[in-house]
Design a protein around this ligand. Structure first.
Ligand code: SF4
Length: 290
């Protein structure tokens, strides 16, 4: 960074976490996002200096609205699966009754039993068809909800928007996080992160790194590397390939964070006054530009 103004070596008394020589080395995806946005913002947040963030509050409201749609999507999918399950059981029962009816005929036994079994199997078969039709309609309804809400298509595998989800953890990379939602597509699990506010022409670096952490977490928790992650802005959706290069950049960022943690030296990483104007921690920041 070509500096503007003096810098303090250890700004605002930033200290490494943990006891000396045994620092805690775990970061959340949100930590990584904040660090890439501005390391100072990350350091201030670590000291509990959250500031006032109206954009964050608006973002939470938007996330809650999407959460309601995901809850609806989840309910419809549950109905779809339940209908399919019932249709399958009824069809199996009808098939068993029909087999029994045929056996009764071959044994030259009572026609009354035979007729009763055939009638029952036909009845179960019709009810099974009804549930199958319901399952198909529910699947269509789920697709409509996904399209209307602008959600990423696929089978919903995880969501932190409609209810608190389990935090995904990587012991290998000492990372953790909760993506907004994950969809399953052709045996791949795709993390999706929603971003509110202005839609950029290209995704912000901080958002990319956060998504990269989610890709790493999905890789470790689902046992298969995602081909890409998705960043969803209100006006545009970006599919970001999870390439080797991208993966290396994410890990390199976490190494830089560890270095900051160990040395306690953290500085602003940009020369953009506009960024500082939009920063919730500007009132507390010793290096702010605006
Ligand atoms: S005010 Fe500017 S330099 Fe300070 S934390 Fe915010 S973005 Fe970084």
């Amino acid at each position: 960074m070509s500096g503007a103004g003096p810098k303090r070596e250890v700004p605002i008394g930033f200290k490494p976490r943990g006891t000396p020589g045994k620092e805690v080395m775990g970061y959340s995806a949100a930590d990584v996002e904040r660090y890439v946005y501005c390391p100072l913002s990350w350091a201030l947040a670590r000291r509990g200096m959250s500031g006032v963030d109206e954009a964050l509050q608006r973002g939470e409201a938007d996330h809650a609205a999407v959460g309601q749609r995901i809850a609806k999507w989840r309910r419809i999918l549950a109905d779809h699966h339940e209908s399919l399950r019932i249709a399958l059981y009824l069809a199996l029962t009808a098939a068993s009754a029909m087999t029994l009816a045929l056996e009764v005929v071959f044994l030259d036994a009572h026609w009354a039993y035979h007729t009763l079994l055939v009638m029952m199997s036909l009845l179960w078969l019709f009810i099974a068809l009804g549930f199958l039709l319901r399952a198909i309609l529910k699947e269509k309804e789920a697709q409509e909800v996904v399209a209307e809400a602008g959600l990423v298509e696929g089978e919903l595998a995880y969501s932190d928007l409609d209810r608190p989800a389990e935090t995904l953890r990587s012991e290998k990379y000492e990372l953790s996080g909760r993506p907004d939602y994950i969809v399953r597509r052709h045996d791949h699990y795709i993390p999706v992160e929603l971003k509110t506010g202005r839609t950029p022409d290209t995704p912000h670096d901080s958002h990319l790194m956060q998504l990269g952490v989610y890709c790493l977490l999905v890789e470790e928790n689902y046992g298969i590397r995602p081909p890409h992650g998705v960043l969803q802005y209100s006006g545009r959706t970006f599919e970001v390939p999870f390439t080797d290069e991208f993966r290396d950049r994410v890990l390199e960022t976490t190494l830089r964070m560890r270095l900051s943690d160990m040395t306690g030296v953290v500085h602003r990483n940009h020369e953009r006054p506009g960024k500082c104007r939009g920063c919730s921690r500007r009132d507390l920041c010793p290096e702010r530009l605006a």
